[in-house]
Design a protein around this ligand. Structure first.
Ligand code: MG
Length: 272
């Protein structure tokens, strides 16, 4: 009797093991560099630069797209035609090699920048669309960027159902502050940034007032007079230098074909 009990127990155990073995294993997520833990801590002492454990911003569906036409005193950087005369290659300063047609410019080889390089405080409107054909993930999907005073990046990325480290997603102050919420539209759809930037102030070499930025992503506030901790860098935070007080507007080539249109800027005057 004892032998039979042992035999039945062995059979049951074997059945349990084989049932476990035939279960479908959990799907392994695709490898994605969603963050870093070996980077410096943010000054708040809570998160590393590009910390993948930082909370993901809540998703907000923006209202219908509205294309904001330039006001009469705006400097139109990219209008309805093919005029790229207000832009140059960042390296070398030659004419821009990015393709343009009917007011739509697609990011190509090399970073570009405005020819004007003395912007300080301004309102900047940018419309962009990440590729409608989704390729890659995390930072490899629709990556570009808008550089304020040449060194402070507002990230451009396809952040529609695309997890990445929060301080690197669309409209993030890259490597420093995630947007308050994720107001991204779908891949291929036109989106807008309305950026109000105040450049840093120096007395001699001493920083007197850091740069601040307010950003609306698709009409949704994602930064409200947030302070830049320093110039944008990958995996670290840059240090302020007097040369950051003014600069150009730059657009990043990150190897993904991101489209841009309707870009204009209004330098801000002090209230009288
Ligand atoms: Mg970028």
């Amino acid at each position: 009797m004892k032998k039979i009990t042992v035999l039945v127990a062995c059979l049951l155990a074997g059945a349990a093991i084989s049932a476990q073995q035939t279960q479908t294993p959990p799907a392994t997520p695709p490898p994605a560099p969603t963050g870093y833990q070996d980077t410096p801590m943010q000054p708040n002492g809570k998160w590393h630069v590009h910390d993948g454990m930082r909370p993901q911003p809540r998703v907000v569906t923006p209202g219908p797209f509205v294309s904001l036409a330039p006001p009469s005193d705006a400097i139109v950087l990219l209008g309805s035609g093919t005029d790229l005369s207000k832009w140059q290659m960042t390296q070398g300063g030659g004419p821009v090699g990015w393709p343009v047609a009917d007011g739509v410019m697609s990011s190509g080889k090399g970073m570009i920048r405005t020819t004007q390089d003395d912007f300080t405080d301004y309102q900047l409107h940018v419309e962009f669309a990440t590729p409608s054909e989704v390729k890659g993930n995390s930072q490899g999907r629709g990556n570009s960027g808008v550089f304020l005073n040449g060194v402070f990046e507002i990230q451009v990325l396809d952040s529609y159902q695309n997890v990445t480290y929060p301080d690197g997603q669309a409209s993030a102050m890259y490597g420093q502050f995630p947007p308050m919420v994720n107001a991204s539209r779908k891949p291929g759809e036109w989106q807008s940034y309305d950026i109000i930037f105040k450049g840093p102030r120096f007395e001699g070499d001493t920083l007197k007032q850091p740069a601040t930025v307010t950003v609306l992503h698709n009409g949704v506030t994602v930064h409200a007079a947030q302070t830049y901790l320093g110039p944008t860098m990958h995996k670290q935070i840059g240090k302020y230098a007097p040369s950051n007080a003014k600069g150009y507007i730059g657009l990043q080539d990150h190897g993904n074909p991101v489209r841009f249109r309707n870009i204009w800027i209004r330098p801000l005057a002090e209230a009288q």
